[in-house]
Design a protein around this ligand. Structure first.
Ligand code: P6P
Length: 333
């Protein structure tokens, strides 16, 4: 491909100057994620050939069987972030406790913390359905040089300085925001370079896709049941299409480009829903708002929820603004 489009590296450097406190450290952090994304992509694409399928035999904090690629992705992103000495701590879906990172000088001088789901949707790996890495970045609130503390990770999502995902799909993409819009980069695997393929992504204000696991319908709150029936009525621009891949990054990415709403409600089975606030809901909510969409737990914007536990769950409704507003009418009726 002629070198017409910006590469991710060029874009990060070009945008560094527009980023407050741009000391280049956030750029270096994003470059660490870029490298890890390429390494994980290489393994995801050949999982079946090198026995990276299947369970690692371990179980993670969610009580979920850890897929070997989960473990590989977790280690790869952690190692890549450690090597740059910019991050003082990490929360990962795969680790019960937060990880403290000290530099070669045994000090916690990193200004940032990273929260991530290293391989979201990993139950889909064995059936060759797309999976993704989701990341969220904050500036620490404890003094540089002191050990990172849990409160560094328990900031409301509105305080994120960056968030994004790597999408290991039919093509591999890295989509992220630093608070100045959302941009998508597609990997050219032949040369291992991400190129700017989706500049300034905006979610259509309306859409005709709703994404929900309707197998749980009986457990949903009545207001959500009524909204789902609304989506199915023959009236106006409805019925909508139901599309649910069962991989948050896939469903979110499609809805962001085409318009739509993703719902993971609280239910009689999961009182707080299933998705994790810190490393699934918050980063996706930051992206959604930056792309002109809405993300809510049904009561308040996701980005305004004050976390109390690093693995806490939250009900999650996200996507086209008019669709989420219509759902909220049902919830608050
Ligand atoms: P269910 C994957 O485990 C995940 O966290 C999201 O990627 C996905 O949207 C959701 O859970 C699927 O959950 O209960 O519908 O299988």
């Amino acid at each position: 491909m002629p070198h017409q489009k910006s590469t991710l590296g060029e874009f990060i450097i070009k945008n560094q100057s527009s980023f407050t406190y741009s000391t280049g450290e956030l750029s270096s952090l994003l470059n660490a994620l870029r490298l890890a994304a390429k390494v994980v992509n290489h393994e995801v694409n050949k999982a079946g050939l090198v026995d990276l399928f299947g369970d690692s035999g371990d179980v993670n904090v969610q009580g979920e069987q850890q897929q070997k690629l989960d473990v590989f992705a977790n280690k790869t992103f952690i190692q890549s972030l450690k090597n740059r000495n910019i991050v003082c701590g990490i929360v990962s879906e795969e680790n019960d406790e937060f990880i403290t990172i000290k530099g070669q000088d045994k000090e916690s001088n990193g200004k940032y913390v990273v929260l991530m789901d290293p391989l979201d949707g990993s139950s889909n790996i064995d059936v060759n359905v797309s999976v993704g890495t989701i990341f969220s970045i904050f500036r620490r609130i404890t003094p540089v040089g002191t050990p990172v503390e849990e409160k560094d990770f328990l900031q409301p999502g509105r305080a994120q300085v960056a968030a994004g995902y790597v999408f290991y799909g039919t093509s591999t993409m890295l989509v992220y925001t630093t608070g100045d819009g959302v941009n998508g980069f597609t990997l050219n695997p032949a040369i291992g370079t991400f190129y700017l393929s989706h500049p300034n992504i905006k979610i259509p204000k309306n859409g005709s896709i709703y994404s929900v696991n309707e197998g749980n319908y009986s457990h949903f709150p009545d207001s959500v049941k009524k909204y789902i029936k609304y989506c199915q009525e023959i009236e106006d621009d409805r019925p909508y299409s139901q599309r649910y891949i069962g991989s948050l990054v896939s469903d979110f990415h499609r809805n962001m480009l085409k318009g739509g709403i993703y719902l993971y409600p609280n239910s009689t089975v999961n009182a707080d829903g299933k998705l994790r606030l810190l490393y699934e809901c918050n980063p996706m909510a930051f992206l959604a708002e930056q792309a002109g969409g809405i993300a809510t737990d049904g009561q308040v914007d996701i980005l305004d929820v004050v976390p109390t536990n690093i693995h806490e769950r939250a009900p999650f409704y996200c996507g086209s603004s008019s669709m989420v507003k219509k759902l909220l009418e049902f919830i608050h009726k």
